[in-house]
Design a protein. Structure first.
Length: 276
């Protein structure tokens, strides 16, 4: 695993208690020596300060940090200011996303697509930032077609992205086919697989409905059959996701990006299985 691009994602805490909890989580997960921690960025920049504060704390602890930056609802001036803040904080890696429009937002700002954001970052800051973008092996839920989605991904890479992180998925074939299709288009940036540990059936169903990630029928039925037996859900989920990670790494995935949900135990349990 040491040769792979292994990273862990957090979301910025909203309360002092959440900040304390995340601090403890980060200390535990730093023992796994990830390449970097990423920190999400709310729609329209709603958690912008929280993202920056969390990133500063990670950097101060001697870890690498990559803030997410979403452009929907943002202006060139506001994104320029955020980039300046990131540079001043010592950030040299960014996850550049279109982002979802917050409810109640009218106009979508000066950026419509992530490739426009990537172009802007490159124009403003040259090669200062290593830029990661999103990829959707199971197709973005708002894409008109799989072909359109693939072209949208290609535009982000052509605009200057260095690498990609996928939406989470549980179907390894979808990932391998996506990578193959990108290579046919001449795209050869690393596409790191996004991994969501399975710990809570209801929460997983809700997230997956929102982001278009498919839960295989046999996994869904098995999880549902456990009812409120959280120990069985976690044990089965660990088996399923460990198997997925092993297959991805054996098949040539350049790395794994764990959606930690600000918890240390699920990612740690997966990691321990994978390094055996």
């Amino acid at each position: 695993m040491a040769t792979h691009n292994f990273s862990i994602e957090f979301f910025p805490p909203k309360t002092p208690e959440g900040a304390e909890k995340l601090r403890a989580t980060r200390v535990k997960l730093s023992e796994l020596h990830p390449k970097y921690f990423s920190v999400t960025f709310g729609a329209g920049g709603t958690t912008q300060q929280g993202t920056l504060d969390t990133v500063r704390e990670i950097l101060a602890a001697g870890e690498q940090a990559a803030p997410h930056l979403s452009c929907v609802g943002g202006s060139r001036a506001s994104i320029r200011a955020v980039l300046a803040d990131f540079k001043a904080a010592g950030v040299n890696r960014i996850v550049a996303l279109r982002g979802d429009l917050p409810s109640g937002y009218g106009a979508s700002g000066e950026f419509r697509y992530a490739n426009e954001l990537v172009e802007f970052i490159r124009a403003e800051t040259g090669d200062h930032f290593h830029i990661e973008v999103a990829a959707y092996p199971e197709v973005h839920p708002q894409a008109r077609s799989p072909q359109d989605d693939l072209q949208a991904f290609a535009r982000k890479v052509q605009a200057g992205a260095n690498a990609a992180i996928t939406q989470y998925f549980y179907n390894a074939d979808a990932y391998f086919q996506f990578v193959e299709q990108t290579q046919k288009l001449g795209i050869n940036v690393p596409i790191v697989a996004g991994i969501m540990p399975i710990t809570n059936y209801t929460q997983l169903m809700r997230f997956s409905d929102m982001c278009g990630a498919e839960i295989p029928r046999w996994v869904r039925l098995k999880l549902a059959s456990f009812g409120d037996d959280s120990a069985s859900i976690k044990a089965f989920g660990l088996d399923v996701v460990t198997g997925l990670c092993e297959r991805l790494l054996e098949g040539g995935a350049p790395g794994l990006h764990f959606y930690s949900m600000n918890q240390a135990a699920p990612t740690t349990a997966l990691w321990q299985r994978l390094v055996k």
